[in-house]
Design a protein around this ligand. Structure first.
Ligand SMILES: [Zn+2]
Length: 309
């Protein structure tokens, strides 16, 4: 079934690029509502709403940016989107008093924790899932992404390659039937290189970035005193970003994604290419498909039984 929050959640923090203090409230929403952002700092109510939708993505250079028909934006949506995916949420209204989601600790964990604190409730409508029927591939420079049929559930294979010895070549496989988003991916933080951070700051970006909300790498290695949360945290964060960006379809998948050197641009391009090819997918109801392991675990930890039926 579809799920929403049991109660509203409020959080606040600094935004990564603008460095602004932002307050965000996640509200329960009815069946078939989907995921919408509402800018409370925009006076006209009809201008304030921005749907979380792959077709509303207008910028992918440093983060994923959504924009509505009135030119109103909300940016850096990918980590909260991934947390909603990992928590089994389908319907939510996200009020925000600025144009960028707070970065929190640079991962999805703080959002997951808040959602767990209030709980998730089953609703009265079945969940739709996107079942991939044909393989679709997109390329963007050195990056390649392929989505292919997979009857067993959702699988994601990610590889990255950075010349820096602190990262190098990393590969990660996320199998939703065997591993959980919470344990395997949710704590992986965004990362960047110190020399690039300085250049971004000079351009007015990454103003809120710090060692409190990102893994920062300089010539000598990892600058964060506590080191990494996973030995391969960088590739896991890329997988987290993929899940957040893909969830802008509003649906979970029966599919196998293989993506090499992913970024927000190719993540969005893959979803647009898939949706544009109408014979490459169908929508099925979840109880006709399967229940991913992360949903069962989330349901059990929250004491929700309807989700497993
Ligand atoms: Zn990210």
């Amino acid at each position: 079934m579809q799920h929403t929050l049991a109660q509203p959640i409020k959080c606040d923090g600094i935004s990564l690029h603008q460095g602004a203090h932002v307050t965000m409230t996640l509200h329960p929403a009815p069946e078939h509502f989907g995921i919408w952002f509402k800018r409370t700092d925009i006076a006209k109510a009809e201008h304030a709403l921005i749907k979380a939708d792959v077709h509303n993505v207008v910028d992918t250079r440093l983060c994923t940016v959504l924009e509505n028909a009135y030119g109103v934006r909300v940016s850096t949506v990918e980590h909260v989107m991934a947390a909603l995916w990992g928590s089994g949420i389908d319907n939510v209204l996200i009020e925000i008093d600025g144009s960028e989601v707070p970065v929190m600790d640079g991962s999805s964990e703080p959002f997951m924790f808040l959602i767990e604190c209030v709980g998730v409730v089953a609703q009265d409508a079945p969940r739709a899932m996107l079942k991939v029927l044909k393989t679709v591939t997109v390329r963007d420079g050195d990056s390649v992404a392929t989505i292919a049929p997979c009857d067993d559930g959702f699988m994601l294979d990610v590889d990255i390659m950075f010349a820096h010895q602190a990262i190098g070549a990393q590969r990660y496989s996320f199998d939703a039937t065997e591993t959980t988003f919470k344990q395997s991916l949710s704590r992986a933080r965004t990362f960047g290189f110190y020399h690039e951070v300085e250049a971004m700051r000079a351009a007015g970006l990454a103003r809120g970035g710090s060692l409190h909300n990102a893994v920062v790498i300089n010539e000598e290695g990892i600058m964060n005193h506590d080191g990494l949360r996973y030995h391969d945290e960088c590739v896991r964060h890329k997988a987290l970003d993929c899940i957040g960006d893909y969830f802008l379809t509003g649906m979970r998948f029966l599919a196998h994604v293989t993506t090499s050197r992913p970024g927000h641009n190719i993540n969005n391009a893959l979803m647009r290419a898939l949706l544009a090819q109408s014979d490459a997918w169908i929508v099925v109801q979840e109880h006709d498909a399967f229940v991913p392991a992360h949903m069962v675990h989330a349901a059990q930890s929250l004491g929700v039984s309807a989700i497993i039926s």
